[in-house]
Design a protein around this ligand. Sequence first.
Ligand code: GLN
Length: 536
Amino acid sequence: METKYVFVTGGVVSSLGKGIISSSLACLLKARGYRVTIQKFDPYINIDPGTLNPYEHGECYVTVDGHIGDLDLGHYERFTNVNTTRANNITTGRIYQSVIDKERRGDYLGKTVQVVPHITDEIKRNIKKLGNTGDFDFVITEIGGTVGDIESLPYLESVRQLRWELGNNCACIHLTYVPYVNAAKELKTKPTQHSVKKLQELGIQPDILVLRTEKNVEPDMRRKIALFCNVAPDSVVQSLDVPSIYQVPLMLHEQHFDEIVMRCTGVPVEGEPDMKQWIAFLNKMENATKTVKIGLVGKYVELPDAYKSINESLFQAATYNDRRLEIKFIQSEKLNPANVEEKLAGLDGVLVGPGSGQRGVEGKIAAINWCREHDIPTFGICLGMQCMVIEYARDVLGLTDANSTEMDLGTPHKVIDLMEEQKSIANMGETTRRGSYDCSLLPSSKTAKAYGKTNISERHFHRYELNNAYRTQLEANGMACVGENPATKLVEVVEVPEKRWFIGVQYHPEYSSTVLAPHPLFVDFVKAAIEYGKNK
Ligand code: GLN
């Protein structure tokens, strides 16, 4: 079949959940057997979110091909089980960079380079790029921001133009908000009407409206919205608040959302999506009564979005272990050896999160020390793993000043150090080791048992590494280096085998845990935490 393009725009306010709506649609279409991908256009000028403070932007998500992307890419993968790549996340910065590069090369043959047509052509090229691979039946494109934003204009203009080029192979979904005004005890449709008018002013008539709402929008009100917004009455669906984002696909399917999109794009509607496995996951989620309590130690804990993929991976792992998840967010900056016992009391397991820079590192080390001595299931990810090595070197090897050169350039014991090939690179955005790398695991390790295999490939996002000069000393004293990159011999996984579950990974398993394929290390960690919790 010809590739179908679905555009998702948002109006009224931000944070309505365009990413979840796009992901849910992709999930349903995939369950109908279609090949689907989702891309996100971010209107900001940064080339990628890699240089953004997590407080600004939440988590940076890393794709298999090493692109640092918006956290919505994580939702796309979790809902569809399909990997995204660099082509799935474009920013205004990248569009302009590419156009300016072309201008400098003389590709525009002396023409004046303008927003229309040059920037819009570049946007359209990037939208069609995924479709042109021939790998997808549906390309869902989420336009970041809200209708009316100055910076979104070139994207919306590109969508307007593409509607003419693509004809029936294209559908526009507009997500709006229907607020409940408590004083009037009424839902209000006016913001939606204004938002659609704004879109119409730009030449885009939405085909489908999704109304985000806290209260049920009755059929009469939906018909009124349809009438005022020039949309077919049966193409107005609602997205009510639900306890879990993973319930959204089914909620939308009950309103025939997937069928409406298929009808709009000329795809014959037959059969039903196969959501058996998805429903089994939801049943587990709804039936779980007991709780597993995990502590997440990090310096960005005031903003849970900064650890989005970790939260979701823990949640999926808890669900597959028939448990509700309770995460206690622990600010590493406020942890020290004197208060660690009180702050970590009652937890079944502790996850020490990724990060960069000195702030909060000593707190992470204090947490790890306490967990190791009390044999609490402990999972270190990236910086968390590096802190496990530093703590072990200080406390077990007796190298009291051991550190990472990221924290202390002058440390006499650089147990974590800059990788040789990174030393000469000066450009901030480019210095990290990113994307998927192979790792071979020691067959006897807990890690290999959790994976059920010894050859794995995992995503990385870091600059510093375990310094191999300390490997023999660490291993002789009980910290096993059980995973390494076969080509470079860089250590990717450490564990202390004599402990219940004490594993640190240099990579980021949280980026590849999905609803239908939860990550085996997370599942094993939560299992160990439950076991520990039972006998505590
Ligand atoms: N700051 C550390 C490094 O660059 C760890 C990075 C991370 O946790 N993602 O190696």
